[in-house]
Design a protein around this ligand. Structure first.
Ligand code: S3P
Length: 459
């Protein structure tokens, strides 16, 4: 056998037996949907907590598998991580530059954010670490992170195409870096900033398009010297290395990317009225809600406030029978990159065509999300076209999507949840071949949708 094996035949590839789920059309959805904590912020809270000196307290942490894998990794690097109660965690950090060399592989499971951020955090410490993950993560490109990390002096040895498993040898005499991020990626930006923490002098990251800025906000909260300036070439972020990070009390807001599912379900299931309280509405994350409102969704923000340095509101979504297809501005893509799968489902229930362009990054997520949505929507009787960096859905109007398809999850939580929401509003049930990956980001999805009145059954 040549180099590598077909991942589909790899017996170690998945997370256990596939667990098909079927969503049935029917009831209107109503009530209050308390979605879990923000995944991006949860990863960062654990990692920065581990790099501070002393005890960081976290409430509202997402206890999904992705984040639990990051917690385990922080323990492997020498931090003490304690589970105090539901969503409540304490991290006893070892300080910037204080990471110990893990005794074994770091397995980040399904999480691109976990592995890329942790690679950054260890890259400027003189330790050697081997990373791996599930079959989805082992297909994803790591070169986008190891390339800038090599500028600090970090070495990386991985599989062909920069794939995991991969060993990183941290720089023992790191130099600061100036790096213009070539793809719109908060993971790449964050990896460079986290590496910059243990380099002397100033590390500068320039991003042409603004991506989620939780790392910058949280670094400032932990007492790092960090500035962000808007220049002609983009956002210029300057971090002064080797600070002593001060432990924090972090209240994680609820995840807008998870809120997207009950919100969108309410918009397309006739008669629905759902309140989704306490959702983080950082402008670098809220693009979906702007888009839905432009389509004519009955979606309002109530009780707008600031919590833990992030804007937060209660979202109220009601069935919307007059949504229209639109062209989603490509420059909005970064602020809703994880929401295109569920948006494409909503688009199927709107009138007219919804064009989603400038979304090439969707091809390198947990799955190729353009292909996964195109195939699944077609299986549900919806017309979809695609190009390398775009896809377009021809809406059939409210109540007019046939459904009845069996859709492939492809180890991708958001694909599974999107098609289950589709099944709640279609004419016939929709099945996903594996609901297991939902546990990576939204372990209570099925219970919560059930409490609102949805019917999701096994098999
Ligand atoms: C994330 C950044 C995005 C996003 C992912 C979470 C983060 O990935 O898709 O779910 O927390 O930084 P990219 O950096 O690849 O755009």
């Amino acid at each position: 056998m040549g180099r590598g094996t077909d991942e589909n035949e790899d017996p170690m590839s998945g997370h256990g037996e596939p667990a098909p789920l079927t969503a049935h059309p029917g009831n209107a959805l109503s009530g209050v949907a308390e979605v879990p904590g923000d995944k991006s912020i949860s990863h960062r809270a654990l990692i920065l907590g581990a790099m501070a000196v002393g005890e960081t307290r976290i409430t509202g942490l997402l206890e999904g598998q992705d984040v639990l894998d990051t917690a385990k990794a922080m323990e492997a690097f020498g931090a003490e991580v304690e589970h105090l109660g539901p969503g409540e965690w304490a991290v006893h950090g070892v300080g910037v530059g204080g990471f110990a060399e893990p005794l074994n592989l770091i397995d980040c499971g399904n999480s691109g954010t976990g592995v890329r951020l942790i690679m950054g955090a260890m890259a400027t410490s003189p330790i050697t670490v081997t990373f791996t993950g599930d079959a989805s993560l082992r297909k994803r490109p790591m070169g986008r992170v190891t390339e800038p990390l090599s500028l600090f002096g970090t070495q990386a040895y991985g599989r062909a195409g920069g794939r995991l498993p991969m060993t990183l040898v941290g720089a023992d005499d790191p130099v600061p870096v100036r790096y213009a991020v070539p793809v719109p990626s908060a993971q790449v930006k964050s990896a460079v900033l986290l590496a910059g923490l243990n380099a002397p002098g100033q590390t500068v990251v320039i991003e042409r398009e603004a991506t989620r800025d939780h790392t910058e906000r949280m670094l400032a909260g932990f007492g790092a010297e960090i500035t962000v300036e808007d220049h002609e070439q983009g956002r210029v972020i300057t971090l002064t290395g080797q600070p002593e990070l001060q432990p924090q009390a972090i209240a994680v807001p609820r995840d807008p990317s998870s809120a997207a599912f009950p919100v969108c379900a309410a918009l397309i299931v006739p008669g629905s009225d759902v309140l989704v309280p306490g959702i983080g509405l950082n402008p670098t994350r809220a693009g979906l809600f702007t888009t839905l409102r432009e389509m004519g969704a009955d979606l309002t923000y109530e009780n707008e406030r600031t919590e833990g340095g992030e804007p937060v509101a209660d979202l109220r979504a009601r069935f919307s029978d007059a949504m229209k297809g639109i062209e989603v501005p490509p420059e909005r893509a970064a602020s809703m990159i994880d929401e295109y799968p569920i948006l494409s489902v909503v688009a199927a229930f709107a009138e007219g065509r919804t064009m989603m362009a400038g979304v090439k990054e969707l091809r390198v997520k947990e799955s190729d999300r353009i292909d996964a949505m195109v195939q699944g929507l077609r299986a549900c009787g919806v017309e979809v076209d695609e190009g390398e960096d775009w896809f377009a859905v021809t809406g059939r109007g409210p109540g007019s999507v046939p459904g009845g398809g069996v859709c492939e999850t492809r180890l991708d939580h958001r694909i599974a949840m999107s098609f289950l929401i589709c099944g709640m509003a279609a004419k016939s049930p929709v099945t996903v071949d594996d609901g297991g990956p939902i546990a990576t980001s939204f372990p209570i999805f099925r219970d919560l949708m059930g409490q609102l009145g949805a019917r999701v059954t096994e098999g």
